[in-house]
Design a protein around this ligand. Sequence first.
Ligand code: NDP
Length: 329
Amino acid sequence: MPDTFKAILVSRDAEKKQSVEIVDLTEADLMEGDVTVAVEATTVNYKDGLAITGKAPVVRRWPLVPGIDFAGTVISSSHAEWRKGDKVILNGWGVGETHYGAYAGRTRVKGDWLVPLPEGMSPHDAMAVGTAGYTAMLAVMALERHGILPDRGPVVVTGAAGGVGSVAISILSTLGYHVIASTGRNAESPYLIDLGAAEVIARDELNQTAKPLAKERWAGGIDSVGSHTLANVLSMTSYGGAIAACGLAGGMDLPTSVAPFILRGVSLLGIDSVMAPKPVRLEAWRRIGTDLDLKKLSTLSRSIGFDGIIGAARDIIDGKIRGRVVVDM
Ligand code: NDP
């Protein structure tokens, strides 16, 4: 009998009605790839919530094992860079969208998609950061490239109590930025201040229809919400500032005008983690190792087991998850 392992499988019937179940798979069921990995930790990202609930068309191959990121140990490899026993991380590349993903005891992927687990970080730590945190780091790096350094003025983080927001606040405050956290969950203010926010503002201040330009409040920011929130954030950005946009938790639209761009020279920096080239990923994970206070990971994350994934996926779409959820396999 071949070894079996548990996996979450999303399927769809002839009427395109989506269902999710826990199944037993063997390595023979896995998709093509040159490295097989034992998944030790994964996480529940917003996109995983969309995939499991079917709220947005994240899954583009049926049936599919969802889960867009994992940390684990190589079991077997025919890829030149990886050997049995290597500790690795994967974020994105369509895993959990078009390729069987992390919500299984084992997964088989392309070796080119993997990066090494940074020294001093456990698989659990890496998934407390996860794709949300790696994306937050990409956004910080984009702001820095644009010259938005701590001496330029405050930076705003929207969706602050979420995964991207929580890690972004932690990194930015460690780097010396004055962080203004925007949240719809006022009760999470002490948590956000604990992570390093200097000020907490209400989501309501940013989610009404935006004026073309408003009072200048920040030099930069990281937005994981989109829609009216991003439009307001742009209209309140000071001359020459920049906003890194990475998410759509509030909507995919962007009801803004060109005013912030042509009258204040504001820049909108697009952040994509899924197809980011390998050197950028390696730099982001290196920076996470140096610029994120790993002690904050215990504040911003909690652990669940494999059986908790489906419930957490529903909760993240309902905006009920604070910070990050780590799945210890
Ligand atoms: P979370 O659900 O953890 O966080 C999103 C946060 O946004 C919530 O916690 C909440 O924060 C806020 N929010 C939720 N709904 C609304 C709403 N209707 N209006 C305003 N604010 C809202 O998700 P993640 O942090 O993991 O991901 C955030 C976004 O970034 C998602 O859209 C995700 O798809 C995207 N993303 C993009 C990546 C990329 O490569 N570009 C990679 C990773 C994520 P609060 O309660 O504090 O207000």
